[in-house]
Ligand binder design. Structure first.
Ligand code: NAD
Length: 250
């Protein structure tokens, strides 16, 4: 028995990396998946990967940093599948690498607009719909930099810390409405975002610093997210769970 059979799920930033792995895993576990991304081509590619494996999915183009596009995304989910059970708010960016004093306000604003405001907008409209459904499960993708600094990425660190706070608030406010909300904090995972921000030597150095001695794979985050999305985690809400190969344990 698949653990999220017939549930309706939406994943933002599902055209690449961790989001794509989550969308594919949701479909494998029986969900109908709405793949959302700002990039049409990559989003459609994820849908094809799901359909080619016998799953059910559609693509909806949406810019997660815009409130109205988050609303339209939920509307599109409901129009197609009639409800919304699971939402994974994954779209995020690193931003330029420079120390806090050198960060330009507009660079800061861009990261916050997607990584923090975007998660709030997404949750706001998802919660409205989940209340109508009678329940749901929201997973916000945070980072290990929700608990430790990422030097030279101040907006990233601040936004990811804030996502954990928002997640706890939602959990506290909606628990009695049968809506759970959790955050997942990946360590360093092999994705296009990582290779855009760190060269091979930096990636090797990070891998060797973690007890597991390698980077993570998107599928290893997707398994945790799928568990938290399912009724298998029915007593878990307001949690921030890291998956980092022990990187922050030492
Ligand atoms: P990625 O760059 O591989 O994929 C991000 C996806 O988001 C892309 O498909 C991109 O088109 C989409 N996107 C970008 N801007 C968007 C917008 N405004 N609206 C909608 N979609 C947009 O990144 P990834 O490494 O898979 O990261 C996914 C999430 O995981 C991010 O929130 C990131 O902060 C987090 N994370 C990643 C790592 C890592 O090591 N890769 C570690 C910790 C946390």
């Amino acid at each position: 028995m698949s653990i999220i059979e017939n549930k309706v799920a939406v994943v933002s930033g599902a055209g690449s990396g961790i989001g794509r792995a989550i969308a594919i895993n949701y479909a494998k576990e029986g969900a109908k998946v709405v793949v959302a991304d700002i990039n049409d081509e990559h989003g459609e590619e994820t849908v094809s990967l799901i359909k080619n494996s016998g799953g059910e999915a559609i693509f909806v183009k949406a810019d997660s940093s815009k409130a109205d596009e988050n609303k339209k995304l939920v509307d599109a989910v409901v129009e197609k599948y009639g409800r919304l059970d699971i939402a994974c708010n994954n779209a995020g960016m690193g931003g330029p690498a420079k120390p806090t004093g050198k960060y330009e306000p507009e660079e800061w604003d861009k990261v916050i607009a997607l990584n923090l405001n975007g998660v709030f907008y997404a949750c706001k409209y998802q919660l409205e719909q989940m209340e109508k459904n009678g329940g749901g499960s929201i997973i916000n993708i945070a980072s290990i930099h929700s608990q430790v600094a990422a030097p030279n990425s101040p907006a990233y660190t601040a936004s990811k810390h804030a996502v954990v706070g928002l997640t706890k608030n939602i959990a506290a406010e909606y628990a009695t409405k049968n809506i759970r909300c959790n955050a997942v904090g990946p360590g360093y995972i092999e994705t296009p975002l990582l290779s855009a921000n760190l060269d091979k030597a930096a990636q090797d150095a990070i891998a060797s610093k973690s007890p597991i001695n390698r980077l993570g794979k998107p599928e290893e985050i997707a398994d945790l997210v799928t568990f938290l999305s399912s009724d298998k985690s029915s007593f878990t809400t307001g949690s921030y769970i890291i998956a980092d190969g022990g990187y922050t344990a030492i």
